[in-house]
Design a binder for this molecule. Structure first.
Ligand code: MN3
Length: 205
């Protein structure tokens, strides 16, 4: 039996329309995410002792992963981890502004929500090629905006994700083609701030 399985989407493929279209969601979830999981499972099957180690630990301690599968764990384990996170951070009931402690901290750190979103958008637009933009809590406990390349994940850099946006072309190309900025702007309409706040509270313990 495979160790990792594709988690079901918490909403239908079309639920995030018109901001993310149903066909993109179906291909992104059922094919791209599934492929990361399949390749992760294939690597783990070669080294069954790794099956006992949680995925986040494997990614944080990549240097202890056998060299033969290290790149596969980094890319496909990272892809598995990032997409598990990504589906949760969107919702058909999303958008607007966060409540509670997260909005206060965003204001403290960035000035206001609009400035934060502008800086986040700039980071997301600036990722060259494939990658992600993140709002994280860094090792000092501060909110930071950071990019990652390919399927690298903030936990590999001692940061924990609150919010993350996939800017691989597979996430937007069918609807937006080369217009990544339009996809980024649209995405704020479906951001699940409740989940982001929960992520923050879990990190803060
Ligand atoms: Mn993706």
């Amino acid at each position: 039996m495979s160790k990792y399985i594709l988690p079901p989407l918490p909403y239908s493929f079309g639920a995030l329309e018109p901001y993310v279209d149903a066909l993109t969601m179906e291909i992104h979830h059922d094919r791209h995410h599934q492929t990361y999981i399949d390749n992760l499972n294939a690597a783990i099957e070669k080294y069954p002792e790794l099956a006992k180690i949680p995925l986040d630990k494997l990614l944080v301690d990549l240097e202890f992963v056998p060299a033969e599968i290290r790149t596969t764990i980094r890319n496909h384990g990272g892809g598995t981890y990032n997409h598990n996170f990504f589906w949760q951070i969107m919702s058909p009931k999303g958008g607007g502004a966060p409540n509670g402690p997260l909005i206060d901290l965003i204001k403290q750190r960035f000035g206001n929500l609009e400035i934060f979103q502008m800086q986040f958008n700039n980071t997301a637009k600036s990722v060259f090629g494939s990658g992600w933009a993140w709002l994280v809590v860094d090792a000092q406990g501060e909110l930071q905006i950071m990019p990652t390349l390919n399927q690298d994940t903030p936990i590999m850099f001692n940061a924990r994700p609150v919010l993350g946006l996939d800017v691989w072309e597979h996430a937007y190309y069918l609807k937006y083609q080369n217009r990544r900025p339009d996809y980024i702007n649209a995405w704020w309409h479906i951001v699940n701030w409740e989940q982001a706040t929960e992520n923050y509270l879990i990190i803060k313990g």
